[in-house]
Design a protein around this ligand. Structure first.
Ligand code: UT7
Length: 345
């Protein structure tokens, strides 16, 4: 039976912080997405690592993932999604005050991907920087956009999640190579026109879980001659438990902060990590799957790009209309988490 009241929290569970948006309201004015053309199916994967289409579909829900051609950069994918978001928002790049790129696979330690995107868009002047919060990064980026707009530091913000994770995978490691894909998604955030937009946030991290999902270390020797390729590793079952729990608790926390009920949520757009995680969370909070956006069968887990890619697909298939209450929620390495409830303009 559907659970409609907040679940009891274990005494060792990390406390969640949820906030109602204050100040000038902001809203998403347009979304853009991009996925590379090259597709790798589960059957393709089974040729290079010991796995099967049946196992991957049953345990994760993933059927395919899109992979960038070798040599493709994260900023290239980010820029494609950004251009589409600007077009859909009917905003020119010159209007941007802030560009935030969330990524787990930057093209290098610096300069930021955001500065490379800014250069591609040809709009010097706006503030541009990256956010590192792994798969939660896009929600953290949106929260920065909301805060900058609320406080009057910006009127128009571009938030991007972009990844070329394929270059950070050990293709022989079936715990990770079957999961991840490449892609990008972007949103233009502006001052809300009619008081709708972001209503509440739940953001947090628990560094005690720093070793649950990792991507190598930069060599510590001052003269490290051979820099090892950073490869993604994870403790899958631990992350699975954390993810399900945090989705459920965030949903209640953010709804509560907004003064809304779970029943009011028209569409839940979760981080696309594993279909079983999403289904378990939706079941526990009492949201029917018709109100949950899932597209990981097509893209796998694209980290920071997964929420905007799912949001973009929901918009393309007319699943969101003006006035809808939309819940975005993510979790990721760090450990980190973030959710927001917004009323669509
Ligand atoms: O963005 C955040 C990042 N990460 C996540 O969200 C990951 C969350 N976790 C997961 O999605 C799941 O834990 C996985 C998909 C990674 C793994 O699924 P699982 O159901 O937790 O499998 P498991 O690791 O507990 O392994 C179960 C069995 C093992 O065999 P035995 O010991 O029972 O004989 C594994 O060796 O499945 C085996 N196995 C596989 N078999 C075929 C593990 N991976 C594979 C595979 N293909 N790819």
């Amino acid at each position: 039976m559907a659970l409609r009241t907040a679940p009891r929290v274990r005494s060792d569970a990390v406390p969640l912080r949820a906030f109602r948006s204050k100040g000038r309201p902001s809203a998403i004015a347009g979304v853009g997405t991009y996925a590379p053309d090259r597709v790798m199916t589960n059957a393709d994967l089974a040729k290079i690592v010991e796995t099967s289409d049946e196992w991957i579909v049953e345990r994760t829900g993933i059927r395919r993932r899109h992979l960038a051609e070798p040599g493709t950069t994260t900023f290239e994918l980010a820029t494609r999604a950004a251009r589409e978001a600007l077009q859909n928002a009917e905003v020119s790049a010159e209007e941007l005050d802030l560009i935030v790129v969330a990524t787990s696979s930057p093209d290098g330690p610096f300069p930021s991907v955001a500065c490379r995107v800014q250069n591609e868009l040809g709009v010097p002047g706006a503030c541009a920087f990256d956010v590192l919060a792994a798969c939660t990064g896009f929600v953290y980026g949106l929260s920065l956009a909301d805060a900058f707009i609320a406080s009057g530091r910006a009127d128009t913000v571009l938030v991007i999640g972009a990844e070329v994770l394929s270059r950070m995978l050990d293709w022989q490691d079936r715990a990770t190579s079957i999961i991840f894909g490449d892609g990008a998604g972007a949103a233009v955030v502006r001052a809300a026109r009619r008081g709708a937009g972001f209503r509440a946030w739940c953001l947090g991290s628990d560094g005690r879980g720093y070793d649950k999902v990792t991507a190598g270390d930069i060599p510590r020797g001052a003269y490290a001659a051979h820099q090892a390729q950073p490869l993604i590793a994870q403790k899958g079952p631990d992350v699975f438990k954390f993810a399900t729990d945090i989705f459920i608790r965030q949903a209640y926390a953010v709804a509560d902060a907004a003064g809304a009920a779970i029943e009011d949520i028209d569409l839940f757009v979760p981080h696309q990590a594993n279909r079983r995680i999403i289904e378990a969370a939706a079941r526990r909070v009492g949201l029917p799957m018709e109100r949950v956006q899932v597209n990981l069968d097509e893209y796998g887990n694209t980290s920071t790009a997964s929420i905007p890619l799912a949001l973009g697909d929901a918009l393309k298939s007319n699943r969101i209309k003006s006035g809808d209450q939309v819940l975005l929620a993510g979790f990721g390495s760090g450990l980190t988490w973030g959710a927001c409830l917004l009323e669509w303009e």
